[in-house]
Design a protein around this ligand. Sequence first.
Ligand SMILES: *[C@@H]1O[C@H](CO)[C@@H](O)[C@H](O)[C@H]1NC(C)=O
Ligand SMILES: *[C@@H]1O[C@H](CO)[C@@H](O)[C@H](O)[C@H]1NC(C)=O
Ligand SMILES: *[C@@H]1O[C@H](CO)[C@@H](O)[C@H](O)[C@H]1NC(C)=O
Length: 743
Amino acid sequence: MNRYGPTRSSLNRLFLVGILIICSLCVIPVISRFATFGSKQIAFTGPLLPPQKPNPFITDKKKSLEALDQELFNDILPSVALYTNRGVNLQITSLTCKMCRSIASKIGEIMMLNVTQTIAIEEGILICTAFRIQPYRVCAEILPKFGPWIMTVLANSVFSADNLCGKAHLCPMPDHPEKPELIDLPPPIPSEPLESIINEPSQDDEKMWVVHLSDWHFDPEYSEGYEVNCGEPICCRPPNAFGDKAKTPAGKWGEYNCDIPRRVIESMLEFMPNVVPKIDYILSTGDLPPHDVWAETQSSIKEITNKTANIWRKFLTSAPYFPVIGNHESAPVNSFPTSSLVNVSSVSWLYDTLSSQWNIWLTHNERHSIEKRGFYSARLPDDNMRIIGLNTNFWYKFNWWMLMRPKSEWDPENMLNWLIKELDDAEKLGEKVWILGHMIAVNGDGFPSFNSYFSQIIARYKDTIVGQFFGHNHWDEFQVIYDYHNGDEPQPVGVGYMAPSVTSFRNVNPAFRVYEIQKKTKKIINHYTYYLDIEEANRNDKPEWKLLYDVKTLYKLRDLEPQSWHDLSEKFLTDDDAYQTFKKIASRNQILNKYGSCNAFESSQQCKNRIVCKLRSTFSGYGPFSSHELCKKHIWIPHLPEDWFLTATLGKKINVFVDMNKFEGEEYGDGDGNMNDEDYGDSLDSLFESQDDNDKSGNGGNGDNENNDEDKPNDDITIEGLPKILVRMALGLVLGGDDAICR
Ligand SMILES: *[C@@H]1O[C@H](CO)[C@@H](O)[C@H](O)[C@H]1NC(C)=O
Ligand SMILES: *[C@@H]1O[C@H](CO)[C@@H](O)[C@H](O)[C@H]1NC(C)=O
Ligand SMILES: *[C@@H]1O[C@H](CO)[C@@H](O)[C@H](O)[C@H]1NC(C)=O
């Protein structure tokens, strides 16, 4: 009935802040009202390119900077109001792609003015500080690092309102213009009788044990006694308050608002042999540095990866070890240009560093492959298998370099074609394959086309690929992958294991995973997750690693084949105990965690449906292979609302509900990836006006607005008054993180 009622009046609050933050991160013009904040000379680092092609925003009727400032800050901003629901549960209504584009176009116009990078970044720092996005120290360090990169991409790419709004999950994500729908895959070889599914592995089946570690985020600066709630993205480190001056001093064994100290990592690695006496392989799925992304430089990254490798050297030399590269390994974070981008400083510094630091674990060929493109394939003839370590940054949608790819390059660094070749070779030789990567392509982290391509590849080689290991989300999750092209009902063809993180950031307990493998088939027959309750460890000053669960017993699984994972996701819909268990272990029993939290406008069943749809790899993008079509077509979510994609996607990061009914009849743009007049024009004003009318009319008209007085947000919000937590969330939205900072 009144599903959208109470918050209709709070129009698209967060998004504008998001835009302003994008703005502050890249293209801030001189804003006279802040000019008195001061003027600092800022040194530039990072790659820089002059614009190479005309920007689609260039229009004949160029307005002055002052006029545009006026429109953005005097007209648009006051139309925005933010409010919180219990502090962190932000609710937003009535965001539309169209509105997003209107605002983005304003920023585009501002971009077109001749503002020097120095001024842009200086003003960005002022805005960042004035809006209290971050403390001054963080703003002043992060903007010079990200600003030039983002400006370069924006000036040289297909930047458009679609791109910007796609990034903010408010419009369909734009993709590579020349991408094929289907990729070329070698035809399946005539199938031999399939190996029997391992229902009841007999006692004497030989087994292998594999350890999976992910998202280390080792913080060498973590120090006991430093403030836990410091207001910066991560805390428990200098120069924050210490000792008596700290309100909440950091404990010895880690904190939920901080990355992980060395002693926790060491205690984990010391404990491991107790539960896995004989390890066959160790897998590490990336993200070694801490979340101090504002301070990171190439040399600080090299130092931290070296320190991490030194810890590994001390503990992890008893078994072959296979690491891959996460999005945090670069500086600036997420910055992984392809070699086709000329005149852009490359990431070879990182590939070379990791190749040499990982020398004791990888062969010459594997290291050479990392030096070239950051991915590799390891053949293990003794076990008749290969382990393929991908560089998933090439499909990560926050690797903005991907927007600058040449038109011919739908497959960055040819990674997918290389992968297909590896799989085909393996298939011909009868080898089994495990795939390692940092973030899986199919849950919304990848560009939509990669969601489709990855699924196509998995479906084609489903008998060869018997393990897929990922990380990135810090939660303990899984992802079922489907074959969309064989018959009406998509068949589950693979499962990606997203391992829990070693770090406790944010609001999770450190954990690691052990897989029990059937040696003959290389299939996973069970897995065991161990964790450390850091609160308890701090209380007792003693780290006690414990088994959290073994998955087969916990969910009474028949086996760990893709169908069983699909069935488990089905079970979550009807068996709430199983679902609550799943939610609880996602954070390793950390109760502050928000995994699967519902927004105020969905029933708990709708909320659960949304999460289950996400576990089914049905989460990214639009188009024939998209989550939207899939979930809708197969009625896995009954009566899926049109706006579910926006809700689900944004809901991952913040609780959002999008009331598309309000803007009935409005269409997404013409899909050409560029702005044109009919895409934005002057619709903005009328949208805001109609919204204001609605606010005033209260219960009038459609009766949707009952009770809205109580919840009515304060529309007279001032810039200074923007609640800090919301602005930080917006930064997370822009940077792709769950909260203030990307994972
Ligand atoms: C743009 O700015 C640069 C550097 O401040 C200046 O040299 C140039 O003349 C300006 N161009 C225009 C068209 O204003
Ligand atoms: C890496 O660590 C080793 C061992 O502590 C040290 O000898 C070496 O100098 C370090 N290298 C770099 C580049 O920091
Ligand atoms: C790269 O930089 C060089 C030297 O500045 C220049 O001559 C060349 O045209 C640039 N290439 C491209 C594609 O911009």
